[in-house]
Design a protein around this ligand. Structure first.
Ligand SMILES: Nc1ncnc2c1ncn2[C@@H]1O[C@H](COP(=O)(O)OP(=O)(O)OP(=O)(O)O)[C@@H](O)[C@H]1O
Ligand SMILES: N[C@@H](CCO)C(=O)O
Length: 312
């Protein structure tokens, strides 16, 4: 049996719409992501289990993990032995935590290992991005590559090998708060303007370039000062009940940054101490999260998608 875990991720990472993403590791050791289990079988079979399995379409054909299996068998490894694939769906759908990316990345990573196909990193990432793009309404890599490779990734079709790892401050703690309702990524993309003014496009490029270079040389406090999302947040915040209130309340409790994770509705903060992260989490648990939501204090997951032992 092969069991592959793929972690949740923050797309956009505030200053890098469709271009910068970070993988999350809750500090209490919770597995915040999907797991795919593969084992030999007489015929190909697919199962979907886990806390969020019921939220997915009943038909296997509509499940991304099954679609990845069918594609892999037909186009990548037709001689692969028959396999039973179980998706353990542990992330909520439409959460802004890269839920579809988790399923796709875990499935292709597991199949690549099971069939010993040894696809290159770039070929695998392209395959993963194709499938994630099917549901989000656009082809973007900012959940796929951090989920697959871990850490904070600058990522796009222009980037060599599709991703370059960006260093982060060891002091940073991230609070990720899923409010308990879904927001469809395609819908959240639909509210964005279709074009940018010359001024806004130049400012976006200047901000992202400066941010990445400051991070690269360890000038983290100056990088933090640049963390403002002028491209997506102003248009998406009205889709997320409670976001504006959180954005004004949390800096007083020690949050350096409050922004939308991916397309939302998950909100994330960056705090420079565990104590500040705990204060923010308490506020979010009380004011932002309903009975179906959750929050985690996280560091970045630097390992990315990996084999795990059962029971871990
Ligand atoms: N294994 C799967 N995991 C997640 N979504 C799936 C899966 N299979 C099919 N889907 C469908 O894909 C769509 C995913 O929606 P969406 O892109 O909004 O979610 P998401 O990936 O959680 O978003 P985000 O990337 O912002 O976290 C839903 O319609 C869902 O039913
Ligand atoms: N960059 C994507 C991430 C989706 O999770 C978006 O913001 O639409």
């Amino acid at each position: 049996m092969i069991s592959i875990y793929a972690p949740a991720s923050i797309g956009n990472f505030c200053v890098g719409f469709d271009s910068l993403g970070a993988a999350l590791a809750p500090i209490d050791g919770t597995l915040l992501g999907d797991v795919v289990h593969l084992e030999h079988a007489d015929n190909d079979a697919f199962f979907c289990v886990g806390p969020y399995a019921e939220k997915l379409p009943k038909s296997a054909q509509e499940n991304l993990a099954y679609q990845c299996l069918v594609h892999f068998r037909e186009h990548v490894a037709s001689d692969m032995p028959s396999v039973s694939l179980t998706l353990e769906k542990r992330l909520p759908i439409g959460s802004g935590l890269g839920s579809s990316a988790c399923s796709v990345v875990a499935t292709f990573t597991a199949l690549n290992e099971f069939a010993q196909t040894k696809l290159s990193q770039e070929a695998l990432i392209e395959l993963m991005a194709d499938f994630e793009g099917k549901v989000s309404g656009a082809r973007h890599y900012d959940n796929i590559t951090p989920c697959y490779l871990g850490g904070l990734q600058l990522t796009s079709h222009l980037v060599p090998n599709k991703a370059i790892s960006v260093p982060v401050s060891e002091d940073w703690h991230y609070v990720a708060a899923f409010p308990g309702f879904a927001l469809n990524t395609a819908k959240a993309r639909g509210v964005l303007p279709v074009s940018l003014s010359n001024h806004d496009a130049v400012e976006f490029a200047q901000r992202l370039a400066s941010y990445c270079l400051l991070m690269q040389v360890g000038r983290f406090d100056e990088a933090l000062e640049l963390m403002e999302d002028k491209l997506a947040e102003p248009y998406r915040q009205s889709l997320i009940a409670g976001f504006s209130e959180a954005k004004s309340a949390l800096p007083k409790l020690g949050a350096e940054i409050v922004s939308i994770s991916g397309a939302g509705p998950t909100l994330f903060t960056i705090c420079k101490s565990l104590a500040a992260a705990e204060h923010c989490q308490q506020w979010l648990e009380k004011n932002y999260i309903n009975a179906h939501g959750f929050s985690h204090i996280c560091k970045l997951d630097n390992r990315g998608t990996r084999a795990i032992s059962l029971g871990v």
